[in-house]
Design a protein. Structure first.
Length: 133
């Protein structure tokens, strides 16, 4: 009788371990197959540049929102106490002008292509995305 009880407890524990390993396996498969981790894009990503009043680009970026929404966000983030981009946009606004946004390209494939396109835009316009004109 004691042997049977121990055997049942062992089988129950073994079943629990198998169940745990199976759920860990499912979790790993889900993690690996998510679009974020495979680099596949859920939505197209737009590569853009912000232009000063003189028409010269001063910042390259990326967004999956509309360009109008992204420009509004940049304007809302403008601050005399912010980073170089925020201060530059603040200075533009203080002069009664508004920066504009220009679409460079839309990427529909994967994260690697988005990063490469953003780097190309930065290099094409000679930007550092740190030092403002």
């Amino acid at each position: 009788m004691i042997f049977l009880a121990k055997l049942c407890l062992f089988m129950l524990a073994l079943g629990f371990v198998v169940l745990m390993l199976d759920s860990i396996s499912i979790g790993i498969r889900r993690y690996v197959s998510t679009p974020y981790n495979t680099g596949k894009l859920k939505r197209p990503v737009k590569i853009y540049v912000l232009l000063g009043p003189d028409g010269r680009p001063f910042y390259a970026g990326r967004t999956n929102r509309t360009l109008e929404q992204r420009l509004k966000e940049h304007i809302a983030e403008a601050s005399p106490n912010g980073g170089p981009k925020q201060r530059y946009i603040y200075d533009i606004l203080e002069k009664g002008k508004v920066p504009t946004i220009k679409l460079i390209e839309t990427i529909k494939t994967n994260e690697s292509d988005v990063q490469n396109a953003e780097r190309r835009a930065i290099m094409k316009y000679g930007l550092t995305n740190i030092k403002m004109p």
